[in-house]
Design a protein around this ligand. Sequence first.
Ligand code: 13P
Ligand code: SF4
Length: 343
Amino acid sequence: MIEDRPANFHPEIAERNFGVESLYSTCYSDLNSIDSDLDLTSEIRRMCVEKRAIILAHYYQEPMVQDLADIVGDSLQLAIEAQKAKADVILFCGVHFMAETAKILNPNSTVILPDMDAGCSLADRCQTEIFREWLKDYPEYVVISYINCSAGVKALSDIICTSSNAVSVVSSIPANKKIVFAPDRHLGRWVSRQTGRKMALYPGFCIVHGLFTPRRTAAMKARYPEAKLLVHPECDLLISAKADFVGSTAAMLNFVAKDTGNAFIIGTEPGIIYQMQKLRPDAEFLPIPVDSRSNCSICPYMRLNTVEKIYLALKDMKPEITLDESLRQRALKPMEAMLSLGC
Ligand code: 13P
Ligand code: SF4
């Protein structure tokens, strides 16, 4: 019934591979029932011990959520941690494709995502059936898909990559093979430039990194000439081409930790700045503004996970990520192809 839909119901999300029904498992009304005197952090830690749960969080989570996590990382690190986790429960503070990837790699653990609406513009705009049709124009091509995609799209791919290993994955494909790269055209263009490989690019993009413009980036560089520009490869190539460093969230952190500079312009979701500041309290981090008054480069999907929803998810053990076993097996193959490269 339409009246029962959560306030932020969106048909595009409802069409995602996990099905409409699971949308209603997100307990919006239950949020108001949480006792306001409860110390949620201690309750969450207590339940983690009781339920043998670990919390994995992406760098784009709000700082309070990052502080609750057992492990904070980029997509690749979190996938590897999920695969080797011995816990009964993986509470994934990230977006749907990340939690689904954890389930693909670790089917024996119960994987829960605090908010099932935490999608991703790249994954949600590359529907499996549309992708299957699109691929018909590229027979005999090697299909490389960015990890920001559904299990259905992974299952149609030969190998997966993340932003931290995309260059190595593309370079691993024999030079005589043609390549399709999906679903992020910006990452694809950047990798193409790094490797010299021509690739057919699926026309997807990230709505968050798509907010950064070359004009505002140039204005920041002009205003802070001493600051180094660090950007994520999901940014437009016109921005990446001008950067001092282009890399995944973990690679940017690594750069900041080692670099002698003391000011950095950051072209990615600002959640990462929390860890950057911990590593380099002496340095200044300047997010690229996306409009003249505010910094709205926050990922609206990532930030759906909150401490309250983590508490509810652990208490009720839902929303849970479930996957058809045959689909999981098919999606696992290209994941294993990536992981076997060890990059
Ligand atoms: P990383 O793998 O670099 O953390 O990127 C994930 C992501 O969704 C970037 O928008
Ligand atoms: Fe997806 Fe972009 Fe959010 Fe990353 S920042 S999870 S690519 S919408």
